[in-house]
Ligand binder design. Sequence first.
Ligand code: SF4
Ligand code: SF4
Length: 371
Amino acid sequence: MSEFDDILALRGFSRRDFLKGCAALAAIMGLGQAAVPRIAQALEQSALRPPVVWVDFQECLGCTESTSKSRYPDFVNIVLDLISLEYHEALMAGAGAQAEQNYSDTVEGQKGAYVLVVEGSVATKIPNAMTVGGRTSVEIAKQAISNAALVVAVGNCASFGNVQAAYPNPTGAMGMLAFMRDNAMDTAKLIQLPTCPVNPVHVASVITYFLTYKKAPEVDRWNRPLMHFGRKVHDECPRRAHFDEGRFVEVLGGPGEDERLCLYKMGCRGPHTYADCATVLWNNHENWCVGSGQCIGCAEEGFWDKFQDFYAPMPGVTVPGLRGVRVGADTVGIGLAAATAVGIGAHFAFTAAKGRLGKGGEETVIEEKEA
Ligand code: SF4
Ligand code: SF4
C-alpha cells in the first residue's frame, strides 16, 4: 500500500471509494470521465496537504457549519480531509499567540502557495467593528489576499456583503470582489461561491479544479465559476413544466403545494438566480430550497435589498403565453399586460456550464413560448 492508500484508509476510504469520488467530482464539474485520472493524480500528488488559511469576518459562521458538517457525498470529505487547514479561528485547536503564529507562518512563510478562504464581509466604514488579534478585517484581508495563490469567497457575505451590506450598511460591509477592485488587487485569482450558506460541493469542486489544473476555473462577471453558476435555478427546476403550463401555487400551504406546482407567484427567485442548486442539492444531497420553500436569490449580487419582499413575486419575467409582455406574478394567468421591468443584475474540489442562457449575471428574461 502507498502512503496515500494509508491516508485514505485512516479516513475509512478505499482506493475504489476515492476513484468513485473523483468520477463524481468530474461529473459535477462537467468535465467528463476522461478527466478522472487527472483529478485522481492531482489529488494524490498535491503533497496531499495544500495549505489553506480560512479567515472569518462579519458573518454567522454558517458557511463553516455547512462545510464542516458535510457527510455526503464522500468525495467532499475526501477532498476536505486532504487539505491542510493551517488557520481557522472557529475550528483550530490552538488559540492566542499560537494561532497567530500559525497564521503568519502560512501567510508570510508560504507566499503564493496557499489557498485563502474568506467567510464574511469586510467592515470598511467602521474598521473597528471587525477585528481579530487587534487587526481590522481590512488589514487582514489586504495582507492575506495579496500573498494567496487563490482566494475563495464562501457565501454571500464574503462575495457581496449579504445582509450586513443591506441599507443603510452602517459598517460599510463589502464583499471580496468589490473590496479587491477598490484596492486595485488582481481579481483573476478570486472565486466567489455566493450561496447562503456556501454549498460544500462547490468548495470541494473549486479546490479540486485548482489542484488539478493549477488555475482558477472560468468565471462570470461576478467571479462565480460557470460550472456551478452558469445556468439559472429556473432552468433546472423540477417544477419548470408547471411554470411553462401556467400552473402556480396560489397560497402557501394550499393545495397547489401538494401538487408541487410552480412557486413563482409565491416569490420564487429562481428565474432571477444563477446557481446549480436544483442538481447539486443541499443537506447531503437530500433536498433544496424549492423542495421545501422557494428560492430567495441568495447567489446573486444585491441579494437582500434587491430581492425583498421575499414572498412577493418579482416582475420582469416574460410568462409563457403572453407574447412580448413581461409581467409581474399578479398578472400571471389572467392575461393582463401591465409590467414593470426590473433589471436584476442578474465540504472542497469542476467545464464551464454551457447552458442555454450563457454567462450568469445577465438581466432576466425567460424564453417565451406560445400558449
Ligand atoms: S419559478 Fe421557481 S418554482 Fe417555478 S419553475 Fe422557476 S425555479 Fe421552479
Ligand atoms: S435555491 Fe436559491 S435561495 Fe436556495 S441556495 Fe440556491 S440560490 Fe440560494
